[in-house]
Design a binder for this molecule. Structure first.
Ligand SMILES: [Cu+2]
Length: 388
């Protein structure tokens, strides 16, 4: 596999939509009108305040102490991210419809071949892939990435819910093959496996690689997804760092289920430092065999098995939603020390620094650069969500 990051191919300036409004003469007169209204309102409020102050002074009314706190009171009604199965049928359809809406909106980044808003996210992941995996900021970067995707669904597609997460260990512990998991249902879910391709060897031959390493034999599928809402949908970015128009592919592999059981989740949750937690969660090649993150990608296969372009399969956001939930749950098990526990190398190859809370996360214009400290607590004013 090529270890190469494409240079940014910016066909449009990376300027968010809200900063790109044109001013017309009509706008200017509207502005003048608005400004004079604001001045009038301010003047009358000031007058009212003087009257009230004079009144309370005369009547010796104690002024209530100010309890307003802009930082801690900002997340009073957090969004709730639920497991796919806990959504009602309408909520499931609403999420799929919102993703399809993003797939129909034009790009605002023009990054790396992106044509749609859905592509924008996939393209950012392709360009940043080498920088955000197998490093200390793997979990916080993906947390910010998912949060920004969720914001786009809400702000641009009128979606009122949250990203549903996919707890694959429930399917495996129930003895259900992937193809029968409710999340891959053709009518109420993400659609099923790709069409069978004889001797399918993975996007980059990675299935044959897995088999030759003695890990697991390849599963079936490998071709285009044939049913569900994304059958016939064409991606513009990927596979890998390529820019090609291609169908969404999957290659379900139930032979990986041993890496994705509830017992494996318990193993990861039992780690006592962030360093051990993040490596045991993310997997190879830092660990000798697969773990939750890479096994989840590879069990779906196809686009999802591609370390660059995997967000081309909408199931990416639900797989990473579950990993994000595990991190949030792990922090809650011992909140005070863990909400500030951050570590790991900053790059895969030396020279590298140690990742700390002040390390900056870059989504290449999808959202402002943020420090890791802003991603540590999902109940912060910025993130404001919880898991159920
Ligand atoms: Cu990733």
């Amino acid at each position: 596999m090529e270890a190469q990051v494409f240079p940014l191919k910016t066909t449009k300036p990376v300027v968010p939509r809200w900063q790109r409004q044109q001013r017309t003469p009509l706008d200017i007169s509207a502005c003048v009108l608005l400004l004079s209204t604001v001045i009038l309102v301010l003047l009358s409020s000031a007058l009212a305040l003087v009257v009230v102050l004079a009144f309370s002074a005369v009547h010796n009314i104690a002024t209530a102490p100010s309890t307003a706190s802009t930082t801690t009171s900002g997340c009073t009604t957090p969004f709730v991210r639920k497991e796919w199965r806990a959504l009602t049928g309408n909520e499931q359809l609403g999420y799929i419809a919102a993703v399809q809406c993003l797939q129909g909106l034009p790009t605002i980044t023009g990054l790396h071949g992106a044509k749609t808003r859905f592509d924008d996210f996939q393209a950012v992941h392709v360009v940043q892939a080498e920088a955000v995996h197998l490093v200390g900021h793997f979990l916080p970067w993906h947390r910010y990435f998912l949060h920004t995707f969720e914001n786009a669904l809400r702000g641009e597609c009128g979606y009122e819910g949250s990203i549903p997460y996919w707890d694959w260990s429930r399917d495996i512990d129930n003895g259900v093959p992937l193809s029968r998991s409710p999340i891959f249902h053709p009518l109420s879910g993400f659609g099923g496996n790709g069409a069978d391709v004889p001797n399918y060897a993975g996007q980059f031959g990675n299935l044959s690689l897995m088999a030759s390493a003695g890990w697991v034999p390849p599963g079936g599928g490998g071709g285009c997804v044939t049913d569900g809402p994304f059958a016939g949908y064409m991606l513009n970015v990927g596979p890998g760092t390529n820019i090609t128009r291609h169908c969404l592919q999957r290659a379900f592999n139930d032979n990986l289920k041993g890496f994705l059981t509830g017992a494996r989740v318990v193993d990861v949750m039992a780690q006592t430092t962030f360093e051990a937690f993040r490596t045991e969660l993310e997997g190879a090649p830092v660990t000798s065999t697969m773990r939750l993150h890479d096994a989840g990608h590879n069990t779906v296969g196809g686009e999802m098995a591609d370390r660059y372009s995997s967000p081309g399969d909408p199931i990416f956001y639900s797989h990473h939603g579950f990993l994000d939930k595990l991190w949030a749950d792990w922090i809650d098990l011992d909140f005070s020390p863990r909400v500030v526990d951050m570590s790991g190398r900053s790059t895969v190859d030396p020279p590298y620094q140690n990742v700390t809370l002040s390390y900056e996360l870059d989504l290449l214009g999808l959202a402002p650069v943020m420090e890791i400290r802003e991603m540590m607590d999902t109940r912060s004013e910025l993130l404001c969500y919880i898991y159920e």
